[in-house]
Write a protein that binds this ligand. Structure first.
Ligand code: HEM
Length: 326
């Protein structure tokens, strides 16, 4: 909170720059470092320069946190701040190597959490809102469900504790993640020894990835997989509003895996679900979302950036809903 805007803007820019050129720089991994340094000399220089810029920005912030912890010698509270992610990283002792994280590792982990935790959620919200603009009846059904729960309040706001009473909202979020997962692949995984997986031989250190988007569109698992239909997650599509207990973590079975599955599942999948439900509910409760022109259609074409974004970003006309209680 005390960091000046210019610095925040710089961090935002460097993160964006590294994300948007991640394809370009990941090519540097294709050859052993010694070869790639010669073949792609210029690209290496560019990357190292960006990384230095990022380092300079973040190390200063990390250092100031370190000083606060050392001076206060407490877990949280006295400096008016909650415990930060970086506080936990600074206290971490690597059990096998018996050492703390070095500066480069701290910067890499801070960079990872910023990247992994922002575009993913905002892209998913945009896809879901686009579907709500396109399918007015879904927006209407959602508003009615929310008003039934919060309708008597003075302040029209959906609170965290309301979310469990909103099954259609959850069904809508799940359908958004099935039909428009922000990442179409998981992070590459590697096997630590030779294995045979489903009849395929995978050699030690071989890279394995998962086609997250295609799994959610498998026609042998999902009826009309291309159709956006939140009701598919409700027990009785036509009448009942009871949500099938759907296990997004894939512990029982895997019919879709927008957050990955198993040991390396997205560590923030519950937080992400909370963000998605909370933001969509409040955006819809407070505002009516429409296309700019009544004849206009919402174009749901995709474009691959760091996440799979809308090729034509959502443009909508929003107006404040009539508040029931003034
Ligand atoms: C809609 C929102 C999100 C989606 C769909 C999503 C999806 C994913 C996926 C598919 C992976 C890779 C899993 C694998 O390789 O098996 C992942 C990893 C990760 N996610 Fe998320 N994520 C979301 C939000 C977040 C948020 C809000 C944070 C942090 C605040 C976050 C932090 C991370 C981190 C740190 C990893 C890497 C974990 C590792 O290396 O083991 N994600 N996420």
């Amino acid at each position: 909170e005390n960091v000046d805007n210019k610095k925040i803007e710089n961090i935002k820019n460097i993160q964006k720059c590294l994300i948007s050129s991640s394809g370009k720089y990941s090519a540097l991994n294709f050859y052993p470092k010694i070869v790639s340094r010669v073949l792609f000399r210029k690209r290496w220089q560019e990357l190292l320069q960006l990384r230095k810029f990022q380092n300079d920005l973040m190390v200063e912030l990390i250092q100031s946190r370190k000083e606060i912890i050392e001076n206060n010698n407490h877990e949280d509270g006295d400096d008016g701040c909650v415990v930060c992610y970086v506080d936990i990283l600074l206290n971490l002792q690597l059990p096998e190597e018996k050492r703390k994280l070095d500066e480069g590792e701290l910067v890499a982990l801070c960079s990872e959490i910023l990247t992994a935790g922002t575009d993913t959620t905002s892209t998913t919200i945009e896809w879901i809102m686009a579907n709500l603009v396109k399918y007015k009846h879904m927006q209407q059904r959602l508003v009615e469900e929310i008003e039934d729960v919060v309708g008597n309040r003075e302040e029209m706001v959906v609170r965290e504790e309301d979310l469990e009473k909103l099954p259609y909202l959850k069904a809508l979020i799940l359908e958004g993640l099935r039909r428009h997962p922000p990442t179409h692949y998981a992070i590459p995984h590697a096997v630590t020894k030779d294995v045979i997986l489903n009849g395929y031989f995978i050699p030690k250190n071989g890279t394995v990835n998962f086609m997250v988007a295609d799994i959610g569109l498998d026609p042998t698992v999902w009826k009309d997989p291309m159709v956006f239909k939140p009701e598919r997650f409700l027990r009785d599509e036509s009448s009942s509003n009871i949500l099938e207990a759907y296990d997004i973590s894939g512990k029982k079975e895997i019919k879709m895996m927008p957050f990955g599955a198993g040991r390396r599942i997205c560590p923030a999948y519950r937080l992400a679900m909370l963000h998605l439900e909370y933001f969509v509910a409040n955006l819809v409760l407070n505002f009516e979302w429409k296309t700019l022109l009544s004849t206009e259609n919402v174009d749901l074409s995709e474009k691959q950036e760091f996440t799979m974004v809308m090729k034509h970003p959502l443009q909508a006309q929003i107006s404040q809903r009539n508040q029931i209680h003034q």
